[in-house]
Design a protein around this ligand. Structure first.
Ligand code: HEM
Length: 142
């Protein structure tokens, strides 16, 4: 009996430590990662309702979240910077900032399209935004 209780305790400890590990993997590791994760959640919400004009007020709120976090991302630097030779780091950071600014242009256009009730155009801009994400990650993410 004592043995069984001890085994149960061991199993519980293992289960808890696994659960903590899984959660830790999901959490953003860097301040920039946190901004990105917030953009990601908002972008998914936009994706679910971009074709529905009755949701445009809520879609605009989600776009505002993307905008705020993209602007905040401009003040942070990718962790990959440290892997780049010192002489190239300044260019790496300014290229990264240019990538975020490009995203912000698309965010602005999407906001205007939704305000104008042009959901078809906004949907195309969402694809463009995903393109910005792909390019940005290829170049600047570790
Ligand atoms: C709406 C577009 C975007 C979304 C939804 C997005 C989403 C994400 C997500 C979910 C992560 C992982 C966060 C984590 O859990 O640690 C991430 C990381 C990252 N993203 Fe984005 N991203 C977008 C656009 C961009 C753009 C345009 C760039 C660069 C120009 C960029 C650069 C990065 C970098 C550098 C990281 C790694 C974080 C670090 O180095 O600290 N992302 N992004």
């Amino acid at each position: 009996m004592t043995l069984r209780i001890r085994h149960f305790g061991t199993a519980l400890a293992i289960a808890l430590s696994l659960a903590t590990t899984v959660q830790a993997q999901d959490e953003p590791k860097t301040p920039l990662g946190k901004k990105m994760a917030a953009m990601n959640t908002a972008m998914k919400a936009v994706g679910r309702q971009i074709d529905d004009p009755s949701k445009n007020a809520s879609t605009l709120e989600q776009i505002a979240i993307i905008e705020t976090n993209a602007k905040a991302s401009l003040t942070l630097e990718p962790e990959k910077k440290e892997k780049v030779p010192a002489a190239e780091q300044a260019k790496f950071v300014s290229d990264y900032q240019a990538g975020i600014k490009k995203l912000l242009v698309v965010v602005d256009k999407m906001k205007a399209a939704v305000k104008a009730g042009n959901n078809a155009e906004a949907s195309k801009l969402l694809d463009e935004m995903k393109g910005n994400q792909r390019e940005g990650h290829k170049e600047f993410r570790l």
